[in-house]
Design a protein around this ligand. Sequence first.
Ligand code: ARG
Length: 592
Amino acid sequence: MLHLTLESRLRAAVTVVLPDASTANVLVRPAADAKFGDYQSNALMTLAKERKVNPRQLATDVVAQLDVSDICEKVEIAGPGFLNFRLKPEALAGVLAAAARGEHLFFARATAETLRTVVIDFSSPNVAKPMHVGHIRSTILGDSLARTLRLLGHRVITDNHIGDWGTQFGMLLIGWKTLMDRAALDRDPIAELERIYKAVNAACKETPATLESARAELVKLQSGGAENLAIWHEMIRLSQVQFDAIYGRLGVKFDHTLGESFYNPWLKTLVEELVAKGLARESEGAIAVFSDGTLPPKTDPLRVQNREGEWVDDPLLIQKSDGASNYATTDLATLDYRLKEWQATEIVYVVGAPQQPHFNKLFRVFRRWQPEAAAKVKLLHAWFGSILGDDGKPFKTRSGDTVKLADLLDEAEERAFKVVAEKRPDLDAASQKEIARKVGLGAVKYQDLLSNRQSDYVFSWDKMLALTGNTAVYVQYQFTRANKVVRDSGMDQQASLADGQLVLGDPAEFTLAKHLLNFGLTLEAAADDCRPNFLVNYLYELATLYSRFYDQCPVLKAAEPARTTRVVLCDLTARVLRQGLDCLGIEAPEVM
Ligand code: ARG
């Protein structure tokens, strides 16, 4: 990609002028404002500051050593030392021709030096509970991150850390044994499990004896009682069937589904080790890791400010007073396992905002437990906000219940079907249904990925299914248009296309081509910090620029070389849109 070529030449020029300077931060990026050029670099100003030299003088010296005349017009030094690069149309056309020949699609794949091994912990619903909209963001965000990193050539390991252990099973076991309606379980297993859980939970609050027997059932399960283990396995199996149905619809796959229970064999020794190392200690019968006091309280996850404004301990509990371990113990064991088993260089946890204190404490305790391993791994809690209803409160059904994911996906497909049936009455029902499926599911995913993950967003059927505006259906539609032009053109000689055959004349062509070139940078930015919204907005802009180009530049009726150039632009736009949508887990329909 041209910015990489510019970057490496700029680094070489810097090295000539300042032989001992580190050039790792010398970057060339798309210009913020097209007025000033196509790419820019502000690296020389930072460098001049570090070295206490005049930035304009440094820029002048570096530019004197910089030969980029095959790619750019004369390099401009602006203000205190910005460099502005304006691309030559021939250079841009050359990149397009290479892409048309299939040599690249505007992004570079990881090399042996840049390869990352990223474990992505996402979705992670709980057994015996329906997946609700809270799990949707994790599932959609995590899947998109996995797809993007994989496209960039990294080693990705996806792991669904399902909640299949914990105190709720004591109540579920009693419910199963005393309240269960077999016929209801066969009809809708999750609904029946949810019903018995709620009933027992309520009973526990009323009668201490029920609570006692729930505890006893849990102990029997945890100590390996055969009957309880069999029931527990059955509950997991029934839940997994429901999860798999949803993942199937969403096109989401996992490499591993190692639930919380998988880590049971390690928990006891883990607690013992932390105690032996002096990291954890007993506190009111429980065992916890307290602050070591080496961090300022503000940045110490193991301290919180109480109502009086005093900093007090907020330890990480790893064993309850009844001897049972908990969510945190499991997560410590899980982290350890992922590093040892998969040699992860990064672990990303795609989990909602409320769990920030948990992950902050977890990472901190892990750092103290295994400082060397921790120094080598990047741990990221890619947290996200909530989905809100029109009223600005957490998204609920009209009757006030939590919205179930399966119902939501059904409704998305039904609503999309109405739109498709109205717009395309000429298509048969099966085709209409297939388009509606891609449009409906695409709309849900796109809306979810569109906003910055850390903000809450208001769920709106009307907005997400609007035919114009920043929506999946708009992007999908521009894809089908571009694709159709390519089909109608009958052009199939792209593999042998010569650089000189493409000539960019019209500003609309130029603008579209430059945006195509930014695909790789966008993918990297989206993958680096789990921010698919960068990609969503990039694709929307591409679709908009394409539509403008299409309005302004006739394609099939144009004379050569404009015709070939424009068909190639349509083709590359279609390919980038399809690839980009694929990174969001959204299918691109051939017709709409
Ligand atoms: N099951 C948990 C929940 O639904 C999410 C688990 C997230 N992953 C983790 N390693 N803690 O809240």
